[in-house]
Every structure is written in C-alpha cells, then in structure tokens.
Design a protein around this ligand. Structure first.
Ligand code: SF4
Length: 129
C-alpha cells in the first residue's frame, strides 16, 4: 500500500509519502520529525481539534464559540457533535469557561472561546490565576 498525505503542521505543507509493507510503515518526504509524527498519527488514529458553537440562554448573542484545547479522535467527532447540538449554556460566559468537563471520554474539556454577556449587559470576567 502506498499513498500521500499533506502535512498540515506548518505552512510548508510537505507532501509526505507513506508506504506500508506488512506491519512496517516507510514515511518519506517530510522535512522534519513533526511531519513523520503527523503522518503516523494520521494512519493510526487521526485526530482533530473540534471547533463549533453552542446555544446561549439569556445572552447578548444566541451562540458562543467553543473548542477542545487538544485534538480528539476524528472518528468520534460526528457522534460528539450530535451531543453538542443539544447543549446550551446560560450567560454570562467568559473566554476559557469549561462548557463540558469531558467531551470525548478521554478527559478533554470543551471550552468557550469568546465572552457573551447577559441580556442585562453584565459581562462575566475571569481573574488571572
Ligand atoms: S514535515 Fe515539517 S516542515 Fe514539512 S509541513 Fe510538516 S511540520 Fe512543516
């Protein structure tokens, strides 16, 4: 088996060729070790950072953008999105608020990436730790 993967780790976008012989993979065309790791992960268990939005009740905006702080198993994203579709959070929301503690069963949280204040105009602030 042989194929190509474009490494998306940096803007160079190396075209990485992957050849499988038995249980052995040969990875070539990457300019650095990160490309090899990326190609290996794409073959074994592709992961993606999940970015989406969820509903906000009593907020100045109807939705708030959210994302996982690290990539999660790509194969589970569809199922996780179905769960997220039914979620909503009450305003106020601050950047970095944890919307879901563990979205993938692996301990990955879902975090708010923007602030939404209450309809009354009060903004939630988060103090630095
Ligand atoms: S292999 Fe290295 S240099 Fe090439 S795109 Fe990936 S990260 Fe960038």
């Amino acid at each position: 088996m042989e194929g190509h993967i474009t490494c998306v780790i940096c803007p160079v976008g190396c075209k990485v060729s992957v050849r499988k012989e038995g249980v052995q993979y040969t990875i070539e065309g990457n300019r650095c070790a990160r490309g090899e790791e990326y190609a290996r992960n794409e073959l074994m268990m592709p992961k993606r950072i999940l970015t989406t939005s969820i509903g906000v009740s009593n907020g100045t905006l109807p939705l708030v953008s959210v994302k996982t702080p690290r990539p999660i198993d790509r194969a589970r994203i569809k199922e996780i999105m179905k769960e997220i579709k039914n979620l909503s959070i009450a305003a106020p929301v601050a950047v970095g608020d944890t919307v879901v503690e563990d979205i993938d069963g692996e301990g990955t949280p879902l975090l708010a990436t923007r602030a939404v204040s209450c309809n009354g105009g009060r903004e939630k602030t988060t103090l630095p730790t």
